[in-house]
Design a protein around this ligand. Structure first.
Ligand SMILES: Nc1ncnc2c1ncn2[C@@H]1O[C@H](COP(=O)(O)OP(=O)(O)OP(=O)(O)O)[C@@H](O)[C@H]1O
Length: 633
């Protein structure tokens, strides 16, 4: 019983007042937030005149019925509302308006974690990314152990988080893991959006207790939104803010003062009733079925609050805290917040490269399934185009084999979309808290893809090239491998770019498939270059990575080979391609084939440069998309 991870002792549950600790005092004065309604004429207030303060070591819980404005309040105070609405009032840290993102972390509701890692590995990577290099290996391991035990995750420490293939840990364990990794950095100001949603009351208590302990120990200022806490969880908070339709119903301490206030305005809460349950019941007016009555009830609460001595006390406290903060000796600039990058750019790239490599090796869908599929395709093609002879009848077969190798293998890059999307969610979460820069992420992703795409290209080329009987020189083999690698790398870059722009599986899959279809149709195999209408020629053909790899690969295949023509009655020679080798030879060269099909202007260098340029082009769009897209809060 003593060792139960969810044991709730009375002493633990009771919120002892925080000892004075170094940190940042958060004050908000007369805070309002409005948006323009659909007609574009009237402003709709989502928050109105909210004031209060949260001191270092304190935990403020924001409560209210659904739609009361809890998330809006959190986003506005955390400085993450963007430019959608209009904000009035002041939000200050230690008496001055400062860039909130620099000093705070925002713990989202989104459980974005990499499925193929274990719980321990997930925390370890968070520790690597968020703790400075000065922290020793021993201390890192201790930190992992501490978080595992604080969040009740020791039992499942070595279980996989779970993905599309493996079931993994439970939803509640995932929620706790997600919070644990977002608190590694121990930022000075922490915002948590419904950290206990989906957790049972014992787990909710334990999670909130860990957060409260962190606040006490490190002097963090914590603001969280929460739906309906149990009595023991409620006691962990230092202050509560009840909201209804964006207005304050009560703000202040919860240990008795809350019940006293409600009694003073004529809403006595019986001693055996949980205060938040009673308050939330009274202020949830959405189901009254009478909008006028609902408005009156909320207006009454609002009026009571505005004329109360409790509100005057809070306003006085806000002014006092602002004045006090200004006299504090601590230089705020020296306080490490949540929003600063822990590591320099190259260190970020190094850690992300290691993490992505580990993910790719462990994630069956991301790499191994594709690898197996490409080997299977090599065997299928090798046994179909088996050991092609050097007869003119194999010319078309060789064209088809090369086209299919590029087109199909590039097309199958879409198999990586699920993995890419999973990683994207993790990126959004980590970017929200400025764990690393977008540039570091894109470069790490680019580095990790290089060897993986090469392995995939080798897995296909080694069996297929020999089985099909392609041009046998060593230089030809490596050139084939090199251009296939570049083509697959462009295809990979296109897929991640599309998944970044449209991070929804079906949309990304449809668009990537369409894009591949476009590439196949306009690359010059089905319709010769001279017959492609100019719109498609200049709009797509010259920008088509399949064109550049295709032209290099057919030159690589045909140059240097000599093909026998067919012999007819009386040993008459029938050549399907005009021969430059003389009529007696009854053969034609690979150059004759290229001339016949209009590919004499090929250049390996030009193809390679164009493919590299296309890789850079798609990777830059990928980078710009990630920069411009706002992380989901
Ligand atoms: N961009 C917007 N345009 C119009 N209305 C909005 C917008 N954002 C929020 N709202 C409205 O503002 C109110 C407060 O929303 P908010 O998400 O903050 O509530 P909440 O208390 O967090 O709700 P829940 O508990 O259900 O998450 C809701 O009525 C919501 O419909």
């Amino acid at each position: 019983m003593e060792n139960s991870p969810f044991l709730m002792s009375d002493s633990a549950a009771r919120a002892s007042p925080p000892a004075p600790v170094d940190g940042l005092t958060l004050t908000f004065k007369d805070l309002s937030y409005s948006i323009v309604d659909r007609t574009g004429k009237e402003s709709k207030y989502l928050l109105e005149g909210i004031s209060g303060c949260v001191k270092p070591g304190e935990v403020l819980a924001v409560m209210g019925p659904s739609g009361a404005g809890k998330s809006t309040f959190l986003d506005v105070v955390a400085g993450r509302k963007g430019k959608i609405g209009t904000q009035h009032g002041q939000i200050m840290l230690d008496g001055s308006e400062r860039p909130m993102k620099k000093y705070s972390s925002y713990v989202t509701q989104n459980d974005a974690v990499i499925g193929c890692f274990t719980v321990r590995e997930t925390i370890m990577w968070a520790v690597e990314l968020n703790l400075p290099s000065s922290v020793t290996k021993r201390e890192r391991l201790d930190k992992v152990q501490e978080l595992l035990s604080q969040f009740g995750l020791t039992k499942c420490a070595d279980s996989k988080v779970g993905d599309l293939l493996t079931r993994g840990i439970s939803g509640g364990e995932k929620r706790r893991l997600s919070i644990a990794i977002q608190l590694v950095k121990e930022p000075k100001v922490i915002f948590l959006d419904e950290p206990t949603s989906g957790l049972d009351s014992a787990a909710s208590f334990k999670v909130m207790e860990a957060i409260r302990d962190l606040a006490r120990r490190r002097g963090c200022t914590v603001v969280c939104s929460i739906h309906q806490p149990s009595p023991s969880t409620y006691e962990l908070f230092d202050k509560v803010l009840f909201l209804a339709r964006g207005r304050t119903v009560y703000f202040g301490p919860n240990a008795g003062a809350d019940a006293e206030y409600f009694k003073s305005i004529g809403h006595t809460i019986p001693t055996h009733v949980n205060v938040p349950d009673a308050v939330l019941d009274s202020i949830n007016v959405d189901f009254l079925g009478d909008e006028a009555l609902a408005n009156t009830r909320i207006a009454n609460f609002d009026q009571s609050w505005n004329s109360s001595s409790a509100k005057s006390d809070r306003l006085a406290e806000v002014e006092r805290e602002i004045a006090l903060a200004k006299t504090k000796a601590t230089d705020v600039a020296t306080i490490i917040g949540g929003g600063d990058y822990t590591h320099g750019f190259f260190k970020q790239v190094g850690i992300l490269t290691r993490r992505n490599t580990s993910n790719a090796l462990k994630n069956i869908l991301l790499f191994w399934v594709r690898c197996a599929m490409y080997i299977a395709m090599a065997i299928l093609m090798g046994t179909t185009w088996w050991r092609m002879s050097l007869n003119q009848n194999t010319v078309q077969d060789r064209f088809s084999a090369i086209f299919f190798s590029i087109a199909f293998l590039a097309f199958m890059s879409v198999a990586g979309i699920p993995g890419v999307l999973e990683e994207r969610e993790v990126f959004y979460r980590e970017r929200l808290n400025r764990t690393y820069s977008v540039g570091a992420y894109v470069i790490a992703n680019t580095i990790v893809s290089l060897p993986f795409v090469m392995v995939i290209a080798i897995a296909f080329t080694v069996p297929a090239y020999w089985m099909m009987g392609m041009n046998g020189g060593a230089a030809n083999f490596f050139r084939f491998l090199g251009f296939l690698w570049l083509a697959l790398y462009v295809a990979e870059s296109v897929v991640i770019m599309i998944a970044a722009i449209f991070p929804i599986f079906v949309a990304a899959l449809t668009l990537a498939s369409f894009f591949n279809g476009l590439e196949m149709v306009t690359q010059g195999y089905f319709v010769r270059r001279q017959n492609i209408p100019s719109f498609w020629l200049y709009g797509f053909h010259y920008w088509n990575y399949q064109k550049w790899s295709w032209e290099a690969l057919i030159a690589n295949e045909f140059v240097g080979l000599t093909f026998d023509c067919n012999r007819g009655p009386n040993d008459a020679c029938f050549c399907s391609i005009p021969s430059s080798l003389g009529s007696k030879a009854c053969t034609f060269s690979g150059d004759d084939i290229l001339a016949e099909y209009g590919y004499t202007d090929y250049s390996y260098w030009k193809s390679a440069v164009c493919l590299v340029a296309l890789i850079l082009f798609f990777r830059i769009i990928f980078y710009v998309t990630l920069r411009l897209k706002k992380p989901k809060v």
